[in-house]
Design a protein around this ligand. Sequence first.
Ligand code: BGC
Length: 386
Amino acid sequence: MNSKLFVIYGLILVALVLSGCEKKNPPQTKTSKTTITNKENKMDITKESFGQVDGKEVFAYTLTNANALKAKLMTYGGILISLEVPDKNGQLADIVLGYDNVDDYVKLNPYFGALIGRFGNRIGKGRFTLDGVDYQLATNDGENHLHGGLKGFDKVIWNAEEVKTPNAVGVKFTYLSKDGEENYPGNLKCTVIYTLTNDNELKIEYEAETDKATPINLTHHSYFNLNAMTDNVLSHELTLTADNFTPVDAGLIPTGEIAPVKGGPMDFTSTHTIGERIDKVTGGYDHNYVLNNSDGSLALAATVTEPTSGRVMEILTTEPGIQFYSGNFLDGAITGKDGIVYKKHYGFCLETQHFPDSPNKPNFPSCILRPGEKYTQVTIHKFYAK
Ligand code: BGC
């Protein structure tokens, strides 16, 4: 072959290779683009009226992520009304307890799905002293203060704004808790952003600022049942990243001790079903676990698996504690969504938080927010099935 022909053949070959590449590349680009477009198209936020409370309209927002998971939230109490996640066969079902209408939430709500504040969990006798001033809060749980008092953040109407990012849909709730509300000091500006991501996470981001020093302990109070309320939660398997817990007195106020869980019925450092040792715990589980990660970074706190459906929920948090409550006070008196009767242990709560009664326990991580500081918390509920 002479050198001219060699060059011509060479050029033809290069042209063929290039045209081949051109043919291959566009469909690839197109597919991935279409996927992204489809994902964005599938993601959705709808807003509807959910009735009225005290003459004020309450709105419900339904978030749908790219994988068809759904979270429905309302402005009353920032309540998560329903959360649909898939089982091992891809079957979606609602996995949180709640009601079909707002009136039932107003009538009687043991905090189903609610945002809790200003101070989640208990404060002994409703009393604390801060910077030399004594405060007396409502005693709405025997002689103690529970979940923010008579009208906590679970019973107020929050402002809401839709949030959309390429990977998530959400609602941003804001609420100004005025100085003196429920006898807490300081105007407290709160923001809670719930997002449902395309990685199948329900992410809750909290922020707050105050103009006077105040205790603060915000949390979310969903009762979960990963088998869609077909039975109680005693066969759910639980692991907690906690070597210690805070023992309590008869009124569920911590004694101040940080005790190891090792070996006993409180020990979930290795996986156990909720029901396996519950009879050995007086009243059932209703305890604050001291998470091993205490530096404020986001870390795995809990994993719950429901073996029949295969649904798994992981909880990651920046908080130092988590209250594990096994639905001990549910007794069949409440009929919830779809006419389902919520019997004992029909739901469990894992409330990420600072420790109960921390305003009165100097050895617990401080829950005091001062002017100029920012309260932040991030908690993620991640779902998959196996
Ligand atoms: C508490 C329980 C209480 C439940 C509902 C939980 O956070 O730890 O003692 O019964 O909330 O009020």
